[in-house]
Design a protein around this ligand. Structure first.
Ligand SMILES: CC(C)(COP(=O)(O)OP(=O)(O)OC[C@H]1O[C@@H](n2cnc3c(N)ncnc32)[C@H](O)[C@@H]1OP(=O)(O)O)[C@@H](O)C(=O)NCCC(=O)NCCS
Length: 180
């Protein structure tokens, strides 16, 4: 059964589908300015359906193999956010990385906190993971508030960790251990 859960009366968290390319391109276009400080620099082609079609295929395949769980937040047929569990490793690590963003019209309602909680429960109970990791820019207070509320703790500081908005930028590292 594909992963799916309601987050609010008007918003559902569900597994990515290969048919989401047009809606995802549209969401990135609507949120271009909102996401610019927190995302990698994007080429113009990024805002087209064609760009996402190919990549979505690869992500849907990764979902089917258990290497990742790419999900979207959907409202009334539109994509209003993404939440991705990637780089899933089993064995002695049982770990995955989280990445996420929300449409500027949907922030401040606790949606991403609920989405992360739902995905973390699924990662523990269905995927068998032991730990989730996430990284935020030091000044991304909204993202840090979400992680803290979703049970993550700050574990460190990684200099020049990711190339965001065209610059290698320091990040604060968070983890949540899923089993007591
Ligand atoms: C980070 C993000 C996903 C948060 O989603 P959200 O659904 O609005 O989060 P929630 O409503 O669950 O919680 C937001 C919290 O941050 C706080 N917050 C929001 N904007 C803030 C700001 N500019 N400064 C400080 N705190 C802020 C809110 O008050 C809330 O905390 P509170 O309920 O304790 O007051 C969303 O803002 C977003 O997509 N931002 C742009 C992309 C991004 O930063 N992605 C994450 C990269 S690590």
């Amino acid at each position: 059964m594909p992963f799916q859960t309601p987050l609010a009366a008007d918003v559902t968290l569900r597994e990515l589908s290969k048919d989401d390319a047009a809606a995802i391109a549209d969401a990135y276009l609507r949120n271009r300015e909102h996401l610019a400080p927190w995302d990698p620099a994007r080429p113009e082609e990024f805002y087209t359906e064609e760009w996402h079609k190919e990549r979505l295929w690869a992500q849907v395949v990764e979902n089917s193999t258990g290497r990742a769980l790419y999900t979207v937040l959907e409202s009334d047929g539109a994509i209003v956010g993404r939440l991705n569990l990637t780089d899933v490793v089993h064995g002695a690590f049982e770990n995955g990385h989280l990445g996420y963003w929300l449409d500027g019209q949907f922030t401040g309602r606790g949606l991403m906190t609920r989405a992360i909680e739902a995905l973390a429960n699924h990662a523990r109970d269905e995927v068998g993971l032991h730990r989730l990791q996430a990284a935020t820019l030091p000044h991304n207070e909204a993202s840090q508030a979400v992680l803290t509320r979703a049970g993550f703790e700050r574990i460190g500081f990684a200099p020049a960790y990711l190339k965001i908005a065209g610059k290698w930028q320091d990040h604060v590292m968070f983890q949540r251990i899923l089993h007591d």
